[in-house]
Write a protein that binds this ligand. Structure first.
Ligand code: ZN
Length: 66
């Protein structure tokens, strides 16, 4: 039996259900500062600034014809 890993939102502390939530990754322009990462629930991810970014390499199914 695999131990279930419980993910907790780094913003509000709520438990993030499996296959839900998001990972926020901050990468500094100055590479020496590295990057940091946070696990977020759907609510917090949605209220954060940011814009949708198309996945690289593969076109989204819905936009395949365009
Ligand atoms: Zn949250």
């Amino acid at each position: 039996m695999a131990r279930k890993t419980v993910l907790v939102c780094d913003s509000c502390g709520k438990e993030v259900e499996e296959s839900k939530g998001a990972t926020l990754r901050v990468t500094y322009t100055d590479a020496r500062r590295g990057s940091k990462q946070a696990d977020l629930c759907d609510d917090c991810a949605g209220s954060l600034p940011g814009r949708n970014v198309a996945r690289r390499g593969r076109k989204p199914k819905s936009a395949a014809a365009a």
